[in-house]
Design a binder for this molecule. Structure first.
Ligand code: KG4
Ligand code: ZN
Length: 342
């Protein structure tokens, strides 16, 4: 089975082809960073307009790639939510139009299920069950994945997502957008002992997160400095990154303990953070557990994870009902809980 995956939930236009025999065939991404960087964050209307400009040429280019060998696809998977409504509508309408023209089903995919399954595109991938840490610009969640498609939310953020905290903090420090990579790069020049920020909610027994206070801490710290030179900014960036990494690590280890699982999956944009990857690997290995991540480029938004999730959903739903048929028409769900899929 060959599936075209389309991702347009936020500020990346992604398209990819996944084949159940060959694996990932071809993958393309058009980033909008240069557009949103001017405003210090994603402007939803501009995101939607740029998806309109980029998506069809991207798909045309993908289908004509020599790796696809001129073949057609058996289904089209598109991100139906959660995400920005206008941006989602572009992917949903293009997917449904092409599906109608090519007489194949259009499969609405949950963006976070895409992230959660992204490690399945790697040579070493996790078996079920596992605990997943999903950390992106809009979500910070710990999910207990008991079996294929069976999701239980163990804990999530009460306010800002981890990626959002990176983005807001980078803005405060004048580092630009997107904040995660900018802070990580700046923190490399930082000195470790100058500032220490709290590890929010780690003294409580639950698995909830709260990152909005950390951003305020950064703000008050910057205001107290007589001079905000580049070394001071790097020192603050490092203290912030260490606080987020430490907090996520403590909660992940706690989630593994509570659930009795031994495998941890980390995905979503913040999962591209090298310090977080190293730290989580260390802690998992210390406990005799295993850790799985997607490659860096598949941590942030991409079409490959949506194409794979399309294949995964198709297989799952066919198993439950071999006569299963997807209806025509299309749907978007800007707010959509992962647990609704179980
Ligand atoms: O998954 P993603 O591409 O889009 C959403 O679904 O939100 O995640 C984007 C988020 C942004 O907040 C960005 O700052 C963060 O992931 N991010 C990082 C890194 N790369 C991207 N955060 C920390 N370190 C990074 N290296
Ligand atoms: Zn995402």
């Amino acid at each position: 089975m060959r599936i075209l995956g389309i991702e347009t939930s936020c500020d990346d236009t992604g398209a990819a082809i996944y084949d159940s025999q060959q694996g990932l065939v071809v993958n393309r991404l058009a980033s909008q960073v240069d557009i949103h960087n001017l405003y210090g964050g994603v402007v939803p209307e501009l995101a939607a307009r740029d998806h309109i400009r980029k998506l069809l040429p991207l798909i045309e280019n993908l289908m004509q790639d020599p790796a696809n060998d001129g073949r057609s696809v058996d289904a089209i998977a598109y991100t139906a939510g959660p995400g920005l409504a206008g941006a989602l509508l572009v992917g949903a309408s293009v997917a449904s139009g092409l599906a109608y023209a090519w007489n194949v089903p259009a499969l609405p995919i949950h963006h976070m299920e895409g992230h959660l399954l992204a490690p399945m595109l790697e040579d070493t991938f996790p078996e079920f069950p596992f605990v997943a840490l999903l950390v992106s610009g809009g979500h910070t969640q710990l999910i207990d994945v008991e079996a294929a498609g069976k999701y239980r939310l163990m804990g999530q953020t009460r306010d800002d997502a981890a990626g959002e905290a990176f983005d807001k903090t980078a803005k405060l420090l004048g580092l630009g957008y997107p904040g995660g990579p900018k802070i990580a790069a700046c923190a490399r020049e930082g000195r470790e002992d100058r500032f220490v920020f709290p590890r929010p909610m780690t003294r409580q027994p639950g698995l909830e997160f709260s990152f909005s206070g950390l951003k305020t801490q950064v703000l008050t710290t910057t205001r107290k400095q007589p001079r905000l030179d580049s070394q001071t900014i790097a020192d603050i960036a490092l203290a912030f990154e260490l606080a987020v990494v430490d907090t996520l690590t403590i909660k992940c280890m706690h989630a593994l303990e509570i659930s009795g699982r031994t495998r941890l999956v980390v995905s979503g944009g913040v999962g591209a953070n090298q310090r977080l990857r190293d730290r989580l690997r260390q802690e998992c290995e210390k406990r005799g557990g295993e850790i799985f991540y997607p490659r860096m480029e598949f941590c942030t938004d991409n079409g490959a994870m949506i194409a794979y999730a399309g294949y995964f959903r198709w297989e799952l739903e066919m198993k439950e009902d071999p006569k299963f048929k997807h209806h025509g028409g299309f749907d978007i769900r800007p707010r959509w809980s992962l647990e609704d899929l179980s």
